[in-house]
Design a protein around this ligand. Sequence first.
Ligand code: ADP
Ligand code: ZN
Ligand code: ZN
Length: 745
Amino acid sequence: MYFVDVVLPLPLAGSFTYAVPAEMQRKIGIGFRAIVPFGKRKFYTAIILRLHNNPPKGVEVKEIHSLIDSRPMVNEHQVRLWEWISFYYMASLGDVYKAAVPSLMKPQDLEEKFKSKTETFIRLNTGINDIKQLIGRAKKQAELYQALKKLFSEESGKQIPKKEIVAKTGCSDSVLKGLIEKKIVIQYAEEVSRLDKQVAASRKPFKLNVQQQKAFEEINRCFEEKNVCLLHGVTSSGKTEIYIHLIEERLKLKQQTLYLVPEIALTTQLTSRLQAVFGDKLGIYHSKINDSERTEIWQKMLSESPYEIVIGVRSSLFLPFRQLGLVIVDEEHETSYKQQEPAPRYHARDTAIVLAQTFEAKTLLGSATPAIETFYNAKTGKYGWVTLEQRFDNIELPKITFENTQELRRTKKMKTVLAPALIEKINKALESGEQVILFRNRRGFAPMLECKLCGWTPKCSRCDVSLTYHKNRQELKCHYCNKTYKPVRECPVCHEESVELIGMGTEKLEEEVAKLFPDASIARMDTDTTRGKESYEKIISDFQNKKVQILIGTQMLSKGLDFDNVSVAGIISADGLLNHPDFRSHERGFQLMLQAAGRAGRKNRQGEVVIQTADPGQPVYRYLQANDYEGFFRSQLAERKLFNYPPFKRLILIVFKHKDEDKVESGADFFARLLKQSLGEMVLGPNKPLISRIQQYHIRDILLKLDNNLSPAKIRQFIQSVEARFRENIDFRYIVLHYDVDVTG
Ligand code: ADP
Ligand code: ZN
Ligand code: ZN
């Protein structure tokens, strides 16, 4: 007998064994997809992990139903990565598989779901002699025929899609149809790729300047000894250009590069820049591509001519690389690299390092504001460390000043949302034809309704959160479950028309700014105005082309964009960035403000950044003003040590959810008690989280702050044994439970 162990796309631990029918035995291999029965009359696409001769004991073995592939779709590096993620992040292997492989590649029934894309083309029928006669007196047809003849002779040998013909000749459908019916024109369909059309490289990499060249050589030297290197370079120091040179080297070695970016940093600006140098060697994997495109990219990576470079978001880690030589993690400090929901809750930066190791490849982490953990690893010598302290072309770093809004309000000088000094600076910039960016983070400052008499605010009926007011749609919305409500004027407690709008998002800010600068053209960029991919690009290009003078936006604006005419940047309510009950809030605030500041600065003049705050005494502002990353790092590290946070401890959050609050409470209590028997004070909680009910589920959590010297394997084993005992209790069997390893805050 012959058996295989497979992984199924289900949230189940481990692998499952199936028997291989005799006729399949010669055709099967590791990494192939097979359709297997599971449960009652259900079929799933499984991936074969192992072949062996050991029948499982005590259970009936089912047979594989059929094979999908005749070659591996998943390689051994991928399987090793999946297994590591499943192990380290305490997720089931099935969940990792589900996240890794496009859903069209794992159909849940017996049909292959992936369909190739076809396109309709047009060609002239060369086998017809008497075209004139056929056309007769149909004048429009004659015109179109002449136009087509011209077009085809210009584009000789090229296939021309029908769409293009219609666009270029402006012909009507009926005229074209007439020619088709007379067989003068032939219409046919062919399979086409969904991937970007071939783009040719148009330039060589720039020659590096002295500092860049030095950094480039240091990185290479560092890779001789270490697998991971941090490139700590201020904004616009030319890091991207160094990446380009590193990628070039890997190309010469016939090695692939993965260039990871956080979602909001994957802009057209960046991809066009890479495409200009690498042409069609570059594949782009962003979150807006659909599942068919994902599947085609996957297939291309398996083909004879895979992409040599992939620039992509978090999930591009899962593509089938074959000769990976280098992984670049740009903006490595970004917390959006951590997947929150659903499982596997992996951190893309840390996973990238493991992926690189399976290929004996190198990892470069790049940032102007490294994560505290990363900088710690660089300082203690675990990672290499290379710095770039000057902006390219020696453009000065911006000058940062603070406006104390509390003081300004007290002395009645704050007449609008902008401090007078900021207004003056904006006016000056506008007069000199320069541009302005205003940042407003929405978090915590979303507009909402509140009763001015008793403080009542409308909340979601399913979640324990206040509703956000959306002016353009005139509705209240829950940002946790997306349920919408009608705004109210009357307070249900006071029975008065005392409910008012408070707080202010970007939308309100735009309104205020428009009043202050009636002659300026203003645009706003946030998740509301950038639903479609084009709208985002349009706002950026309008700003770049100077059609827009003042750009208002959320943190979306602070990433991956390079504007050359911005002289003033304003951060409107900096306090909102810092006042979050989470151990990373100052780190994040600092990073965001420094990145935002990095958008200001011009060739001949120092840019200016104005930070509005009610509490300018906070130490974080001192470090910001002095551009003192290291000072900030030291202060944070001291706090992390004092309060037992990473890098001194490893965090695991255990989350419990159930519709019955008593049940979830006693379940979490029970779990915590068992954990404390062995882990003692490393167990914190159970806690009622800030938002303790979402979509009718009550939530409790337990935070583990584990000593670094405890082995992840032993900890995992112990926690799983606790979970097993917890599940033995029928009361707790249906409590939803998940782990979040290295939770970001
Ligand atoms: P970073 O990635 O550190 O923010 P970039 O690589 O985007 O910096 O560089 C900032 C600007 O300087 C970009 O407009 C880039 O095109 C330009 N630049 C960087 N290095 C060079 C170089 N060696 N030659 C010419 N232009 C460069
Ligand atoms: Zn009230
Ligand atoms: Zn809700």
